[in-house]
Design a protein around this ligand. Structure first.
Ligand code: ZN
Length: 392
């Protein structure tokens, strides 16, 4: 079969052996595969990632001198079953799957390992237990967004955003756009989006952002107006002093108990925004920490591959609550598929083009320009060498 092979930063269409489903695996004909920022990064710097993941006990992440088929966001049609499969998904059914696969007793990351070829190919194998049937009537292109949109849902969950909170999304690439769409699908009323690119700001608006700012002219943290967020140390001292003065002025009630009761229902928690950092370049975390209101929660979704500097003392003085997030759980993946299928989340604007296997190299280049593209889908049946428009 034909596949796009990445070796020494080059992407070429090549003839590779047909994949064979092992025990508990499905063989699928790839219908669409999304190109992800991680792919762009892995193409040039997979050795850096391989070292990091190696530190965590996974030695088989792709290396630049290997010949690897990438693609971990995909939808395909079942065309065969390996031994010992339950066959809930039948031949002809469309499925999406989490990008993990077994090889004997080892597990591998699909599309990022020489042992687990990905979706920039005519066919691939997936783990049956991680595959989910695409609901009838759902556009195939939208199903291909399940994986990247699940990343957004997971980030929103980990951010524990309440509907009344102000959510601020820094960076409106595919990850930021997924977060924006999922925040709106979760009922968060005020979503502020910030990006230097006019094209990306437009996509943010179309994904549902309520306030969109150009950080060159306006700070995203002030864009939603005064929401009672605490901006200075004296304001934080004042909040505590004011509260205790009021409580100690109430006779007969032990102030500590009242305070603790208020804490239990969240009434003693200072108002703070939930900030999603979706850029992932050196200096971003320091910038967020130094400009965000006190007590902000910062959810780090953008992957900064380089060592970075930040001032912990500033973060401590502001009691910044920082959380790093990765991937999603199988239930989040399933929920995302069905949110997309039922039209509960608007992700269609994220798809900006489609190419065939011979166009993957050009698509990677095109994705370098934020003005034009966000998510390009690969259609192995197409022979488009340049991204063409997708109508949904
Ligand atoms: Zn991805």
């Amino acid at each position: 079969m034909k596949a796009v092979v990445c070796e020494n930063t080059k992407l070429d269409v090549a003839d590779v052996p047909d994949p064979v489903p092992d025990k508990g695996q499905l063989l699928i004909k790839v219908q669409r595969a999304g190109i992800c920022g991680s792919d762009l990064h892995a193409r040039h710097s997979c050795d850096v990632v391989a070292d990091i993941v190696g530190e965590m006990g996974y030695p088989d992440f792709m290396r630049s001198n290997q010949s690897v088929v990438m693609g971990h966001e995909f939808v395909g049609e079942v065309i065969g079953h390996g031994p010992d499969t339950r066959k809930q998904a039948k031949v002809g059914d469309r499925v999406v799957a989490l990008p993990l696969i077994r090889r004997g007793s080892d597990m591998h990351t699909v599309g990022f390992s020489v042992h687990a070829p990905g979706a920039y190919a005519e066919q691939m194998v997936v783990e049956e237990s991680l595959a989910m049937t695409v609901p009838e009537g759902m556009p195939t292109e939208l199903a291909a967004l399940t994986e990247p949109m699940a990343v957004g849902l997971h980030a929103v969950r980990r951010g524990e955003v309440k509907k009344g909170d102000v959510a601020i999304v820094i960076g409106c690439g595919p990850v930021g756009l997924a977060v924006i769409s999922m925040l709106k699908a979760s009922g968060v009323k005020t979503v502020v989006a910030s990006d230097f690119s006019p094209g990306r700001r437009d996509l943010a608006r179309r994904c549902g952002a309520d306030v969109v700012v150009d950080p060159k002219h306006e700070a995203p943290f002030a864009a939603a107006g005064d929401r009672g967020h605490i901006q200075t140390a004296p304001a934080a001292f004042g909040l505590a002093m004011g509260a205790i003065d009021r409580l100690r002025g109430v006779p007969y009630l032990p102030w500590q108990q009242v305070w603790r009761a208020a804490e239990k229902v969240g009434a003693a928690t200072p108002k703070r925004p939930v900030i999603f950092e979706c850029v992932g370049v050196p200096g971003m975390l320091e910038q967020v920490i130094s400009s965000a209101p006190l007590f902000s929660r910062v959810v780090v979704v953008g992957v900064c591959m380089d060592p970075d500097r930040l001032r912990p003392a500033v973060a401590i003085n502001k009691e910044i609550d920082m959380r790093f997030v990765l991937g999603y759980t199988p239930p989040e993946f399933h929920e995302t598929l069905h949110l997309l299928a039922r039209g509960k989340v608007d992700a269609a604007p994220i798809i900006t083009g489609s190419v065939g296997l011979p166009g993957v190299d050009n698509a990677f280049t095109a994705l370098g320009d934020p003005e034009v593209h966000a998510k390009i889908l690969v259609d192995p049946q197409s022979d488009a060498t340049e991204p063409v428009a997708v109508s949904l």
